[in-house]
Design a protein around this ligand. Structure first.
Ligand code: NDP
Length: 328
């Protein structure tokens, strides 16, 4: 039998955590033959709720689940962790300015970065889901100098999956026929879902759709504002789809992208496509043996350039704001 992989989940008692933990424990994160040990991090007032979820996990009798530990202390929660899913974050509440939001999240992601630096396993891989995810990932990464920067990623896979679903719906294609979808930039309303490099059954997606009005005024805003539409319809924010995308992100990272395809991940920029070095921005990436690589050489026309630049400018502003707050 294989040694269990240690997976730490923060915000474990939240909505996304509740949808995520059962899929991790049933083998969807790492594979049907990989046992997992869960370490759950919560704030003290939510520890009891996390214990309730742990009881339910016990009751599922998952053969791959080899243990669950619950902590309210980051240093202990990240001890020996191989995969860290940072879901817990401070949500924006009424009257809160962006600076307040960044500061509150700095108070969470700085100590978590330090704890990962001090105690995580050498092969640790980190996915930040909690918003503002890209900048929270940057804060954590900056406080983990001994961990290769490329191990810190933020989630745009839900946006990517939403884009696949919208394109499939518009064209009648199956999502399985769509390749090379890309989300560029920030996981926010400025994100840019790019159809100009996507393919449907081998044909260029933008050409297949051949409807610039739909692309500009329907597709892009629908993908970018899908979160708000879900809240409007469900009366609560998306949780199961976010959890599913987190599973996809890590599974693809660890197991690799298919030949002739890529995925979207927010990763540390090396300056590719004019994105300032060090920002954690979404790119088209291929993965192999647990390493990602930014897809190079794509032609970016003026339409795409303007949208990528706008989203990246927002990331630069967020980085400036957290610098001014002394968070990085
Ligand atoms: P959720 O589980 O619904 O969401 C958690 C985070 O994921 C939020 O920051 C949310 O951002 C973000 N998110 C990213 N993408 C999406 C998406 N597509 N749809 C919805 N959310 C998305 O929040 P809950 O309030 O239910 O739970 C949060 C838990 O985290 C609580 O149990 C709390 O106690 C815990 N927590 C733990 C901390 C820690 O471990 N140190 C620190 C802070 C909180 P958005 O703002 O957009 O909703």
């Amino acid at each position: 039998t294989r040694t269990p992989v240690t997976v730490t989940v923060t915000g474990a008692a939240g909505q996304i955590g509740y949808a995520l933990l059962f899929r991790i424990a049933s083998g969807h994160l790492l594979g049907a033959d990989v046992p997992v040990r869960l370490r759950l991090l919560e704030i003290p007032q939510a520890v009891k709720a996390a214990e309730g979820t742990a009881m339910e996990l016990d009751d599922c009798a998952f053969p791959l689940l080899s243990g669950i530990d619950i902590f309210d202390d980051a240093a202990r929660a990240f001890e020996g962790t191989n995969v860290a899913l940072l879901v817990g974050a401070r949500p924006r509440t009424k009257g809160m300015e962006r600076g307040d939001l960044l500061e509150a999240n700095g108070g969470i992601f700085k100590p978590q970065g330090e704890a990962i630096n001090a105690g995580a396993a050498d092969d640790v891989r980190i996915l930040v889901v909690g918003n503002p995810a890209n900048t929270n990932a940057l804060i954590a990464q900056q406080h983990a100098p001994d961990v290769p920067a490329g191990r810190f990623t933020a989630m745009t896979r839900l946006d990517h999956n939403r884009a696949l679903a919208q394109l499939a719906r518009k064209t009648g294609a199956s999502v399985a026929d769509i390749r090379k979808m890309t989300i560029w930039g920030n996981h926010s309303a400025t994100q840019y879902p790019d159809l100009f490099h996507a393919e449907i059954a081998g044909r260029n997606a933008a050409e297949t759709v051949n409807d610039q009005n739909w692309l500009e005024n329907d597709f892009i805003p629908t993908v970018a504002k899908r979160g708000a539409a879900i809240i409007e319809a469900r009366g609560a924010s998306s949780a199961a789809s976010a959890a599913s995308a987190a599973i996809d992100h890590v599974h693809t990272w660890v197991n690799g992208t298919a030949d002739g395809d890529w995925t979207s991940m927010a990763v540390v920029s090396d300056g590719s496509y004019g994105v300032p070095e060090g920002l954690i921005s979404s790119f088209p990436v291929t993965t192999r043996d647990g390493e990602w690589e930014i897809v190079q050489g794509l032609e970016i026309d003026d339409f795409s350039r303007a949208r990528i630049d706008a989203s990246v400018a927002e990331l630069s502003e967020e980085r400036e704001a957290v610098r001014k707050l002394g968070l990085i």
